[in-house]
Design a protein around this ligand. Structure first.
Ligand SMILES: Nc1nc2c(ncn2[C@@H]2O[C@H](COP(=O)(O)OP(=O)(O)OP(=O)(O)O)[C@@H](O)[C@H]2O)c(=O)[nH]1
Ligand SMILES: [Mg+2]
Length: 465
């Protein structure tokens, strides 16, 4: 259905060679006619132009000519939004672009809201919700692998996968609902054994997708990497060394860092979201105490922990125990032990061997303030998430928290259904659980469920016969 015309600048603000202003919706062809004159053909009208044609001419506002532009015409439904669209390519000055946009607004367009073109593409059925989200992820991708994953998703690989699962679920749901309709006649449209097999198959498929999130979200969100350790161990020095800039304050006073500091850095094809935290110790001082609580919160959200130890302190026996405790209390996270300040240590090699034996983690010897051991640490960090950049090629992945949560809810419903399946009195409850699972999966692609369910029933059976 054609919508009220909207317009927006499609390119970044600032000076550039070219810029694009686009509009979409009912009446945009007439609006374009009011502001545009084609060179050498004053009779030209967009309403008669074919889709996918380009026209060179002048664009004017009430005060006169704004710029020479190229107008691209898209006719519904063959456009991004499936509505009539016109895109103007003009010279890329911020004032030119503003005048051009104003001319469109003066002639009947409304300024588009953020993401409104894509939202229309979704509402008009051009793409599903998942693909709309993938477009956003592709634009914001900071690494090659995040970009590749988004492109795969935009092309609909996860959508197709979910579609197939939905079809399976719909089929089982439809049969159970029929059974309920005919409950007085005591018929079974699908044997409980066949139903169990089907639900088990879907459950394990969805579980696999749920599991893929553990690695998948690292691709798009980056690896949450938390630098933790005792005060003065050299955490902020390490952050600065990894970033290659003096981002955090470094001082010989223990307890310098209070609030945590977050910065991203990309090594090879992986993005790491680095967090420098307040040093871990007992503190009665209010601000430091709050900082340490925040450190623990960050540690609990980490994918990768860099536990840093001052190997010159002589206290490293205790530190090995602390590192091990941290590792055991966060089994989900990978961990690297950094033995820092080796330039001051008595017996660096002995310390490292001991830390390795006690913690079972890779140990990197470093002098962070001198940059020694930095490249080895980076290589080890990359090794901890090895294969990540190839992940998108391997299979269908879940990379967003929204999809992950919906799928986890779906598996819960399917597990409930499996428990009920052998109970012949529980048809209604099983149907309820399957429908919940269907809704959760449908939430991801943005489908409406109940009407679809009805269509499936009627298309497969002649009820009146
Ligand atoms: N000799 C030597 N000194 C270092 C090294 N790394 C850090 N330092 C020094 O150790 C002191 C503490 O460093 P920071 O980076 O501030 O330590 P931190 O762990 O962030 O400390 P808090 O924020 O207080 O928890 C500073 O004086 C650094 O210059 C190193 O590898 N060798
Ligand atoms: Mg610090």
């Amino acid at each position: 259905m054609p919508e009220f015309p909207i317009a927006a600048i499609a390119t970044p603000v600032g000076v550039g060679a070219l810029a694009i202003v686009r509009m979409s919706g009912r009446g945009v062809l007439e609006i374009a006619d009011r502001v545009f004159r084609k060179k050498g053909n004053p009779e030209f009208s967009f309403t008669e132009a074919d889709g996918f044609t380009a026209h060179f001419g002048t664009l004017s506002d009430i005060r006169g000519m704004v710029d020479e532009v190229i107008a691209l015409v898209f006719r519904a439904p063959s456009s991004f939004t499936m509505e009539d669209m016109v895109e103007f390519t003009c010279h890329g000055g911020p004032v030119v672009v503003r005048h051009l946009l104003q001319a469109l607004l003066d002639n009947g367009c409304r300024l588009a809201e953020p993401g409104e073109f894509t939202r229309r593409a979704f509402l008009n059925g051009r793409i599903d919700l998942l693909q709309a989200e993938a477009i956003g992820e592709m634009i914001h991708a900071r690494t090659e692998s995040a970009f590749r994953t988004a492109v795969t998703q935009m092309q609909g690989s996860l959508s197709r996968h979910l579609q197939e699962m939905r079809a399976g679920l719909l089929q089982s749901c439809a049969l159970l609902e029929l059974e309920l309709d005919f409950s007085e006649e005591d018929v079974e449209f699908q044997s409980r054994d066949a139903l169990r097999l089907e639900v088990q198959r879907l459950q394990s498929e969805i579980s696999r997708l749920v599991d893929s999130y553990r690695e998948g979200h690292l691709l798009t969100e980056g690896v949450a990497t938390v630098i933790a350790g005792r005060p003065n161990a050299g955490k902020s020095t390490l952050l600065n060394a990894l970033l290659g800039q003096e981002r955090a304050i470094v001082s010989h006073m223990p307890g310098t860092t209070r609030d945590y500091i977050e910065e991203c850095f990309v090594h090879e094809k992986t993005m790491f979201r680095l967090t420098d935290t307040a040093g871990l110790r007992h503190s009665d001082e209010e601000v430091e105490h709050e900082g340490i609580q925040r450190s623990y919160r960050k540690i609990s959200e980490a994918d990768l922990l860099l536990y840093i130890i001052d190997s010159s302190s002589g206290d490293f026996q205790k530190e090995a125990v602390a590192a091990l405790e941290l590792r055991q209390s966060h089994p989900e996270a990978r961990m690297i032990v950094v033995a820092n300040k080796t330039d001051l240590a008595q017996d660096a090699a002995g310390t490292i061997a001991m830390l390795q034996a006690e913690t079972g983690c890779p140990v990197i010897a470093m002098a962070a303030s001198k940059g020694e051991g930095l490249s080895e640490l980076k290589t080890t960090m990359a090794g901890m998430v090895e294969g990540l950049d190839k992940l998108h090629e391997a299979s269908v992945l879940v990379t967003s928290l929204r999809h992950y949560e919906a799928l986890r809810n779906a598996t819960d419903s399917l597990l409930n259904a499996l428990q009920l399946i052998s109970d012949t009195e529980a048809t209604e409850l099983i149907a309820f659980e399957l429908r919940s699972a269907l809704d959760y999966v449908g939430e991801i692609t943005g489908k409406v469920v109940s009407e679809e369910l009805l269509n499936t029933i009627f298309s497969q059976f002649c009820i009146g016969k």
